[in-house]
Design a protein around this ligand. Structure first.
Ligand code: 5AD
Ligand code: SF4
Ligand code: FES
Length: 364
């Protein structure tokens, strides 16, 4: 006989089948799942949400992921690269406003010109951050071990690299088949980052074409098996100028993708009690209260956008991305209200290092 959601929630470990039952739960079962996740969040990481100021500092990308609006072959995108001064002024804003953590994100490039620019930028940020009160996260894709090390030594201490889809066959359907879009290479990047010493984050998209509930259950197991410190995941949202757009009619409705994303957050919180989980922007794209609900369901990180507004149009990974016209200050006020609504306090002035990372390092 199939187990009930109650029975599954009372276990300490979940099988793939258990995870599928949780992902498909409805009504009272679904409510229970969210309540359990909320309680576990409260008991393990507290009802606190940390800010990560997000700077999308360049949309130039060497890759051609089939789902992404800023893929190399999309000629409609105006490409930009923030100046060092523009980045530093936003970093100052983050420091002055006690964000205590920033994320520098860009398209993926491995050329020396780019990697050296990032190094020099990190060194300038380190000068502003002499007391080390600012967490510095990078999200710049697959790089060599030396580059990861060079950036680590220049002051970066966290890195986000989504596996996007942990099933290699699905991964292959979402990316061109060549050396720079290789599943094993991406997996290796996660390992290298952990080896160099970064707090390491990954994540997946939810509701992708060709993706099954089994895939999502396996995605959750993937995070656990790989001892991940932080996770950002959210619904896949189609973009006109991408190859995957042709499958739009085969997708589940956006609100179902959102609901599955919310369940993924809740289940992951129950499975990995001490990691950091983001309430992602894509969740708000579908549901106006998407991020608040994610915070209630277990997320404890949110990323106010610090990218100067004149560049935001250039960083549309998917359609209807929010905050196109809101400068840093407006996103801050907006998120303060949203977090208050969810019942959390904001971890101002705290870097919010993943407890999982601290424990992982102490074990070594
Ligand atoms: N829908 C949702 N998320 C997307 N990303 C890229 N394109 C899309 C899309 N169409 C996500 C990827 C990437 C992150 C920066 O944005 O997961 O890792
Ligand atoms: Fe480039 Fe990232 Fe978009 Fe892929 S998802 S095309 S690597 S910006
Ligand atoms: Fe940017 Fe709400 S977070 S306007």
């Amino acid at each position: 006989m199939n187990k009930t959601v109650q029975e599954i929630l009372s276990q300490s470990d979940f099988s793939r089948e258990d995870l599928m039952t949780l992902l498909l739960s409805e009504g009272d079962d679904r409510k229970h799942l969210f309540e359990e996740a909320h309680n576990i969040k409260k008991a393990n990481v507290g009802l606190k949400t940390y800010f990560r100021g997000l700077l999308e500092f360049s949309n130039i990308c060497a890759k051609n992921c089939y789902y992404c609006g800023i893929r190399r072959s999309n000629g409609k995108v105006d490409r930009y690269f923030l100046t060092e001064e523009e980045v530093l002024s936003q970093v100052k804003y983050a420091i002055d406003n006690q964000y205590a953590s920033i994320v520098l994100q860009s398209g993926e490039r491995t050329d020396k010109k780019f990697t050296s620019q990032v190094t020099s930028l990190l060194k300038r940020i380190a000068e502003l951050n002499e007391h080390r009160e600012l967490g510095v996260t990078l999200s710049m894709g697959e790089q060599s071990e030396e580059v990861y090390r060079e950036w680590f030594e220049a002051g970066a201490n966290r890195y986000l690299i989504r596996i996007e889809a942990s099933n290699p066959e699905l991964y292959n359907r979402l990316h061109p088949h060549d050396k720079i879009h290789d599943y094993d290479r991406r997996l290796e990047a996660i390992r290298l980052l952990q080896k160099v010493g970064y707090q390491t984050g990954t994540g997946v998209m939810i509701g992708l074409p060709f993706q099954s509930i089994t895939d999502l259950a396996d995605d959750l197991l993937f995070m656990k098996e790989n001892d991940i410190d932080m996770v950002g995941m959210g619904p896949y949202i189609e973009h006109h100028d991408t190859p995957l757009y042709q499958y739009k009619d085969s997708l589940m409705p956006q609100k179902d993708r959102y609901d599955l994303s919310l369940k993924m957050v809740a289940i992951l919180r129950i499975m990995m009690k001490d990691i950091n989980i983001a309430a992602t922007t894509a969740m708000q794209t579908i549901d106006p209260l998407g991020r608040e609900k994610a915070i209630k369901a277990g997320a404890n990180v949110i990323m106010p956008n610090l990218t100067p507004v004149k560049y935001r149009e250039g960083y549309l990974l998917y359609e209807d991305k929010p905050c196109l016209d809101e400068e840093a200050e407006e996103c801050k006020t907006c998120l303060e209200a949203r977090i208050a609504m969810s019942g959390d306090e904001i971890g101002y002035g705290e870097t919010g290092t993943s407890l999982h990372y601290q424990r992982r390092m102490n074990k070594k």
